[in-house]
Design a protein around this ligand. Structure first.
Ligand code: ADP
Length: 224
């Protein structure tokens, strides 16, 4: 599903050059659950952003389902991102002014899905994430765990082939964190490919494989 080869990413700000990734190669098979671990600043989020087509590598290639996406135009990348990839972030990234239903509906609106189908899919996603009883609540009225369940519902409502999660339990207590990990595990068991950045050994234990990054390079991989 994912094959990146010799990816480098350099950030240039004024005089400073930061090599966030240096010759990173990684394959993720369809249906696999991979955890990416490493100390702060080692390049994990940069890698996830490149995998999610939010950012582009400075050099190297990225094949997503066999298509070279590394040199695509922004508009083409956006199309692929919306149709294939679901994102889950540490900070939930919900829209404060929209209620639960409306937040989950957003990606379907972008995709131009008709109203009746949107309603059906939002209702189904809320039920799966056990958040239906809060459908008219706004993010500020929800606990952290509930907000993350809404964020996962918003990610899965497009039936993504790939879920990218950046520290999905980072702002949650252990009970809510475990609930979120159980939901990701269910999606994995249904065949969704998941790549997750985490600091937590416990969360990483849900994965099939742990990829350790240090200073912009993959230093080891551990099959679980
Ligand atoms: P991690 O997710 O492992 O904490 P990041 O991928 O966020 O690491 O960052 C890797 C390195 O790249 C860090 O040194 C960080 O300061 C730098 N970096 C990340 N994003 C940018 C940016 N937009 N501009 C400049 N430097 C950046």
């Amino acid at each position: 599903m994912i094959k990146i080869s010799n990816i480098k990413k350099v950030f240039r700000t004024d005089e400073v050059e930061t090599w966030a990734l240096n010759e990173v190669s990684l394959e993720v098979k369809e249906g696999e659950f991979v955890a990416i671990m490493g100390p702060s600043g080692c390049g994990k989020s940069t890698l996830l952003n490149i995998l999610g087509l939010i950012d582009t590598p400075s050099s190297g290639t990225y094949l997503l389902n066999g298509t070279d996406v590394s040199k695509m135009e922004e508009s083409e990348r956006t199309q692929i991102r919306k149709g294939v990839i679901g994102f889950v972030f540490q900070s939930f990234n919900l829209i404060d002014e929209l209620n639960v239903e409306e937040n989950i509906e957003m990606p379907l609106l972008y995709m131009g899905i008709p109203a009746k189908e949107r309603k059906r899919r939002v209702t189904e996603a809320m039920a799966r994430m056990n958040i239906s009883h809060r459908n008219k609540h706004f993010p500020s009225q929800l606990s952290g765990g509930q907000q993350q369940r809404v964020a996962i519902a918003r990610a899965v409502v497009v039936n993504p082939k790939l879920i990218l999660a950046d520290e999905p339990t980072g702002n949650l207590d252990s009970k809510n964190g475990n609930e979120v990990m159980e939901l990701l595990k269910e999606l994995h068991q249904e065949g969704t490919t998941i790549v997750m950045v985490t600091h937590s050994r416990h969360d990483a234990s849900y994965a099939d494989r742990i990829v350790n990054i240090f200073d912009g390079q993959i230093v080891s991989e551990v099959e679980m």
